[in-house]
Design a protein around this ligand. Structure first.
Ligand code: SAH
Length: 480
């Protein structure tokens, strides 16, 4: 079984021959016990040596399911009935939890979600990384006190209902069917009324939702962003053209500015026929076009396009852990690879001699530089490019070693060229921030292969309660 990252995740039975397609057929009923959780939050169970992936099930459930798809030694089935619920099963607080693709763990109590994430992490470090955790401090996951209402950003696709009226909500799991949702429980409360105001404006002005199949219509997405520290909110209307009818967008901006929290309204124009939400161009309709937020002492200005962690409460805990592991005294040269808009770089810069950030998206680096200036930070330098190209190039050019290297790659993890150069640069500490523990385990194995580094600390942080994602910070220390 290979996930998106190409890392082997769950061990299928292997060497069993073509068992699945011979033994099971579509629509057949199966009964089984759910024992594990998959990377997308789906339950995993077995019938003999055959592995099944079943959405909306919880480890510990005994279920009846209908076979949907059969592969060589695993398959997908649809939940028909929970025969015996797991002791961790709860009735999900959100009415659309089972159809919306977002909160795949909402039917599990929060304590159990945390335990299962710790288990997933541990399993991946052991099985994929082949690591011996006996002398490693694997700390309990840092959860949230209130694991709802944490998202500072919502991107609502807009479409039509059966009567042709505009709706906005979330995509059903694995599809582009829009599930309307009155109040998403992991998002902020203000989003519902703002979305309704946009939909009423569309109806009043007969402005049509965009249709993916024909490429016609005007409104594609409603993006809403909130700065938790400042309270400022931005609404960004993603449209398929410049203007629907004269003056309509200005009317919308005025309507939205009536909401006390809204400080800016912008329009993003995306005429591409693709799944990518935002187009290249953003026009300010009213206000400064950015909102502000703070993590610790550092203040950030965020535009519609800026990448920014979605859970600011947990982000602070994550960065504080990274800072603690970096153990800076003020004399260190720090590299922050995959730096986004420089959030970690700027967080560390105040405690280091110099920070160098690397990020592939040019606009993010433009944001990083602006945010550095905004905070009076003058010891951070940013490079646009791939970490696996910039790091070897700069090391080759200057021969300068790093004291600390922080990496925070996307789910696919680090490129081998990047890891190799990190080892060659011999930093005293490597702090790896990971959003996918399978690729984390693979990369740790590589970094530790020649015995130059030991893994001392592993700290999972629950950045995405109610979903299956696991975020982790680890510390590798150089062996003298
Ligand atoms: N550290 C940041 C962003 C982490 S997300 C934060 O905490 O906010 C990962 C980032 O890696 C994204 O901004 C993505 O654009 C960037 N990225 C992806 N592949 C990359 C590569 N090969 N080299 C450098 N950056 C990359």
């Amino acid at each position: 079984m290979r996930g998106k990252s190409g890392v082997k995740r769950s061990k299928g039975p292997g060497g069993m021959g073509d068992t699945g397609s011979g033994m099971y057929r579509k629509n057949q009923e199966i009964e089984l016990e759910i024992t594990d959780l998959g990377t997308e939050g789906e339950g995993i169970g077995r019938t003999d040596a055959f592995l099944w992936f079943i959405r909306n099930t919880v480890p510990g459930d005994r279920v009846r399911a209908t076979v949907m798809k059969v592969k060589k030694n695993y398959g997908y089935a649809r939940l028909q009935k929970v025969l015996r619920p797991s002791e961790n099963r709860i009735s999900p607080p959100c009415p659309v939890a089972l159809t919306c693709g977002g909160c795949t763990l909402q039917m599990m109590n929060y304590e159990a979600q945390l335990r299962i994430k710790e288990q997933t992490l541990r399993n991946n470090l052991l099985r994929i990384g082949g690591l011996d955790l006996t002398h490693v401090s694997v700390h309990p996951i840092i959860g949230m006190e209130f694991p709802f209402r944490y998202r500072n950003k919502a991107q609502l696709p807009v479409g039509s209902d059966g009567d042709g009226l505009p709706v906005a909500g979330f995509y059903a799991g694995g599809s582009h069917r829009i599930i309307p949702c009155a109040d998403c429980l992991i998002s902020v409360k203000e989003n519902g009324p703002l979305r309704d105001a946009v939909l009423s404006w569309m109806k009043r002005n007969q402005i049509l939702p965009y249709q993916e199949t024909t490429g016609e219509g005007f409104v594609r997405h409603i993006l809403i962003r909130k700065g938790f520290c400042s309270g400022e909110m931005m609404v960004c209307l993603v449209t398929n053209a410049e203007e629907a009818r004269h003056g309509a967008l200005q009317e919308l901006a005025e309507v939205l500015m009536q909401f006390p929290a809204v400080t800016t309204v912008v329009q993003n124009i995306n005429t591409e026929r693709s799944n990518v939400i935002l187009g290249k161009r953003t026009k300010i309709l009213v206000g400064p076009g950015v909102i502000h937020d703070r993590i610790g002492e550092v203040e950030f200005a965020l535009s519609a396009q800026s990448f920014y962690q979605v859970n600011p409460i947990q982000t602070r805990k994550l960065y504080e852990t990274a800072l603690h592991y970096a153990n800076l005294s003020g004399t260190e040269l720090v590299w922050d690879l995959y730096c986004g808009i420089g959030t970690i770089s700027l967080f560390l810069a105040k405690k280091a001699k110099a920070v160098r950030g690397v990020e592939i998206v040019p606009q993010a680096i433009a944001d990083a530089k602006r945010n550095a200036a905004r905070n009076g930070i003058d010891n951070a330098v940013f490079f646009v490019g791939k970490a696996e190209e910039i790091l070897p190039r700069e090391y080759g050019r200057t021969g300068e070693r790093a004291d600390v290297i922080v990496v925070d790659p996307p789910r696919k993890g680090c490129d081998e060229r990047c890891l190799r150069t990190m080892r060659e640069m011999e930093p005293k500490r490597i702090v790896y921030v990971s959003c996918d523990s399978a690729t984390l385990a693979r990369d740790l194995k590589y970094l530790m292969a020649d015995g130059g580094y030991v893994l001392t600390d592993v700290q999972p942080v629950d950045m995405f309660p109610q979903t299956g994602h696991v975020e982790t910070v680890v510390l590798l220390q150089k062996v003298n």
